[in-house]
Structures are given as C-alpha cells and as structure tokens.
Design a protein around this ligand. Structure first.
Ligand code: ZN
Length: 63
C-alpha cells in the first residue's frame, strides 16, 4: 500500500485491508492490501464491490 495516499472507509476482510482513496486525478480508487508479513498482494479497483470481492477471495500465501 502506498504510504502517501490517504485511505478512508478502511475495513478488514480476513488479512486484507480495503480502503478508498482519491488518486492524483481526484478519482476514487479502491485498494486492497494484504497485511500478512510476506504476502505482497495489493491491487486497485474501480469499485468498492470489486475490491471487497477480491479481498474475500484472496487466498493468502501466508497462513
Ligand atoms: Zn495475503
């Protein structure tokens, strides 16, 4: 997760955090980021639903 972005509506689904932020163009981005130490899963989505679905279906490498 990029540190300089400000996330709001941060929720956690399993080990994955989902947050909403504005990108540099002022558009909403929905980002998922796994908090497990050695898992580098993170991705941006155009909709919150897509981000939450990705978080729910994430199969973490670290258990
Ligand atoms: Zn993970």
């Amino acid at each position: 997760m990029t540190a300089h972005r400000r996330f709001r509506n941060v929720t956690r689904i399993g080990p994955v955090q989902v947050g909403t932020a504005y990108d540099h163009r002022g558009r909403e981005k929905h980002t998922t980021a796994c908090t497990a130490p050695r898992c580098n899963f993170s991705a941006d989505y155009d909709s919150r639903a897509a981000a939450e679905l990705a978080a729910r279906t994430h199969r973490c490498l670290v258990r």
